[in-house]
Write a protein that binds this ligand. Structure first.
Ligand SMILES: [Zn+2]
Length: 186
């Protein structure tokens, strides 16, 4: 591994905006789908069953006729022997959503098929429009894993091939982090 990258991963420098180290920033969480209003509070998952109408919980979101789940999109940073793990939202069909909720909240044991969905948070890649993916939902697993299935989409390459370290910095910058403070001494 590149000595510079290795220093970053074990480094004690922190982002000036949020106080997180580089390694901590490799887990990026979105607390809600991109279209979800910011004033909707994040509730416990159990609220999904108790509330009517629009609701946002840690792992589920219901907005009008739209249904979303939160899961993980893992992008390998091979040059660093690390991964960028995005806690991100995917829109499912109402049927697929019900199936997933039943299995994960009510402890259904049935083998879950992968479900088709669409990424619901914008990512800094040069491609407009919704990105198709499969949500792999394993019984007992904490979070579903998302696999980009859009042919020829830049995200497909990033997931199947690798996320270059330069792109990691670009993304951190795009999400508002102070990349300079992670790389350079103040
Ligand atoms: Zn930051």
């Amino acid at each position: 591994m590149d000595a510079h990258i290795s220093r970053l991963l074990t480094g004690v420098r922190t982002c000036r905006c949020c106080g997180a180290s580089f390694r901590e920033l490799l887990n990026l969480d979105f607390d809600r789908p991109g279209i979800c209003p910011l004033d909707l509070p994040v509730l416990d998952n159990s609220a999904l069953l108790g509330e009517f109408g629009d609701v946002l919980t840690q792992d589920f979101c219901r907005l009008d006729e739209s249904r979303f789940i939160r899961g993980q999109l893992v992008l390998p940073i091979r040059s660093a022997g690390a991964e960028l793990v995005l806690g991100i939202w995917v829109q499912l069909s109402p049927d697929a959503f019900e199936h997933h909720v039943t299995a994960s909240l009510m402890g259904g044991e049935e083998a879950l098929e992968a479900m088709e969905g669409w990424l619901a948070n914008p990512l800094p890649v040069n491609d407009e429009g919704p990105v198709a993916c499969l949500a792999h939902l394993a019984p007992g697993a904490e979070r579903p894993e998302f696999q980009i299935t859009e042919a020829d989409h830049p995200l497909t390459d990033l997931q199947q091939d690798e996320m270059p370290i330069d792109s990691v910095f670009e993304w951190l910058h795009a999400f508002g982090h102070d990349v300079g403070s992670l790389i350079f001494d103040a």
